[in-house]
Ligand binder design. Structure first.
Ligand SMILES: Cc1cc2nc3c(=O)[nH]c(=O)nc-3n(C[C@H](O)[C@H](O)[C@H](O)COP(=O)(O)OP(=O)(O)OC[C@H]3O[C@@H](n4cnc5c(N)ncnc54)[C@H](O)[C@@H]3O)c2cc1C
Length: 534
């Protein structure tokens, strides 16, 4: 039984996630007069990957064109991009950046001395087309969007609220007839709050904007919330998922035992920084003679792993101090204030010495299959931002396309929902009435924190060691067997244990891990960020 206090809530749109994708959808819906609830499982809405983005977001540089951006994205995607999605982003992106981020939210992007937007260039981009707020772009975007959304009375922000399961007619309706519809609709989600109550949130449209999967891996740049909830819930509900083996590893995160895996942005290499090994030798020319340090991420990541493995070194170094090409006459510390301050805290002065770096899991190129409006294969369910797979990234993401993807798809998903609401595509009250409240599977015991911790250690080590940067049939086979076994045990445990955030996280995380490992095992072809040694 649900604890007392569980409510039934009825809303036109339920948005799961408060990053750039979710906030943009809620804002555009509100401007159209449509009410929404935005959920985040974090204590505060700004605790998400969006706020951790450093480098910037693609706009349109001087001497730039949508054709040039299209070509760069297609090249990075290694032949697996959805060309329609790439063209859509390249042509619509600049207008949405201007309308939502610059005009509506007033994001404080860095300007040149003349007052123009300052453009920077990142790996595999053919021109400087990325706008930034020093080196804390995501934070500036998230806070500006949040401030704007908070002024909208039609948006309810709900923190400490974790979606457990999507509600679909086939899985949940008590009306037997509804289970026979060929195209199963999504009618909202069950949501666990901080007090332990599970609410039934019934929505005409549900939008998954729940971010990526980085925290399924031992080393990652992502926040603790990025554990594949959207992937897991959507797949369990029967949605098509695609390209889930393509997890991008960022080549350069700070190597220090106490630093977590703090990201050292690609923008440093864009502005001259060179990778060197422990002997101080530059090595990228040996792996990609033409693009060297500005080669795509997967190439740089594997070059670093190879260099570390053959030399037996625990890390390589990124030397900005001796190679910086002053940007707009700025000193290193003015151009990269956040990175400089963080590295200072670990005893590394980026203006004087090379920075020790290692790769870490960073970005999810696959996800819940979605079209140009964010519609999934389940009726009335949308997926946008990092949790979705629009095919934009193909087998590998071009730097700084992901914030833009969240923005553009967040915007167009809202327009699509508004249009459908106007056409009267809502559910009959009887459909909602047939959805029961949440029934907790079991109340027999409380979770044991030691078991939960150990299960996460197993998941993260397995994903890093067997489903990581270099994959083999044997490693992947072992990963699938081990994770499947863990999922079975957790299922039994889940059916006896009182529901809690820790249990829900574990359940989402183990299922998402299994999906990724299975897809990686099934695909023997190395392409983009999926690299099979055997
Ligand atoms: C360190 C770092 C640097 C980056 N730098 C850049 C960059 O320079 N440029 C760029 O374009 N991209 C960058 N990225 C990638 C980019 O930040 C993300 O891809 C993007 O912000 C994802 O946005 P999102 O809205 O899809 O998800 P997020 O911002 O991750 O938000 C996900 C939201 O979903 C919520 N959520 C998840 N599960 C549930 C659940 N079950 N119930 C309720 N809420 C839930 C979370 O609490 C959170 O609010 C970077 C990423 C990182 C980690």
């Amino acid at each position: 039984m649900s604890p007392a206090g569980a409510r039934r809530i009825r809303i036109p749109a339920l948005v799961i996630g408060s990053g750039i994708a979710g906030l943009t959808t809620a804002l555009v819906l509100a401007r159209k007069g449509i009410r929404s609830i935005v959920l985040t499982k974090a204590d505060v809405p700004e605790d998400c990957n969006t706020a951790w983005a450093q480098g910037g977001i693609i706009y349109r540089g001087r001497n730039d064109s949508s054709g040039s951006l299209t070509r760069d994205i297609l090249r990075a995607g290694a032949g697996l991009c959805n060309a329609e999605a790439v063209r859509f982003l390249a042509s619509r992106g600049p207008a949405v950046v201007r309308e939502i981020l610059i005009e509506e939210a007033g994001v404080p992007f860095t300007r040149t001395r003349k007052g123009d937007l300052d453009f920077t260039r990142e790996g595999a981009h053919s021109v400087a087309r990325i706008v930034h707020s020093a080196d804390a772009t995501g934070r500036a975007i998230e806070l500006a969007l949040l401030a704007r959304v908070k002024r909208e009375r039609r948006v309810t922000l709900w923190t400490n609220a974790t979606a457990i399961d999507l509600i679909t007619a086939r899985h949940h309706s008590t009306d037997v007839q509804q289970r026979y519809a060929l195209q199963d609709p999504c009618l909202g989600a069950y949501v666990l709050d901080a007090s332990g109550s599970v609410h039934t949130v019934l929505a005409d449209f549900t939008v998954l904007a729940s971010g990526g999967v980085g925290r399924l891996f031992l080393h990652t740049t992502n926040t603790e919330h990025a554990i594949g909830d959207g992937l897991s819930m959507a797949e369990r509900a029967g949605a098509a998922v695609l390209n889930v083996e393509y997890v991008q590893f960022h080549p350069t995160t700070l190597y220090h035992p106490d630093a977590g895996r703090f990201l050292i942005s690609e923008a440093l290499r864009g502005e001259g920084a060179v990778l060197v090994n422990r002997a101080g030798e530059a090595f990228m020319h040996r792996y990609d003679p033409k693009r060297k340090d500005l080669a795509p991420r997967d190439v740089v990541t594997r070059a670093i792993v190879e260099e570390m493995t053959t030399r037996g070194d625990p890390c390589v170094y990124l030397d900005l101090a001796h190679n910086y090409r002053p940007h707009e006459g700025q000193a290193i510390r003015d151009r990269f204030p956040t990175i400089a301050a963080t590295c200072d805290g670990f005893g590394v002065d980026i203006a004087k010495e090379p920075i020790p770096v290692v790769p870490a899991a960073h970005y999810f190129c696959g996800g819940v299959l979605a079209d140009l409006e964010g519609k999934t294969t389940i009726r009335h369910l949308y997926a946008i931002g990092e949790t979705s797979c629009t095919g934009l990234h193909g087998a590998n993401r071009l730097a700084s396309t992901s914030l833009l993807e969240g923005l553009v798809w967040g915007y167009h998903a809202a327009l699509s929902i508004a249009d459908r609401l106007e056409k009267g595509q809502t559910f009959a009250p009887s459909m909602f009435r047939a959805i029961p409240g949440w029934r907790s599977p079991g109340d027999a015991q409380n979770e044991d924190p030691a078991l939960v911790q150990q299960d996460w250690t197993t998941i993260r080590n397995t994903m890093w060691n067997y489903v990581g940067i270099v994959r083999t049939t044997e490693r992947l086979g072992r990963a699938v067997a081990d994770i499947r076994d863990l999922e079975k045990r957790l299922s039994r445990f889940y059916h006896e244990t009182k529901i809690s955030k820790a249990i829900v996280d574990l359940f989402h995380g183990v299922h998402a891990s299994l999906l990724i490992a299975q897809a990686a095992l099934k695909n023997p072809v190395s392409r983009g960020c999926h690299y099979r040694k055997s």
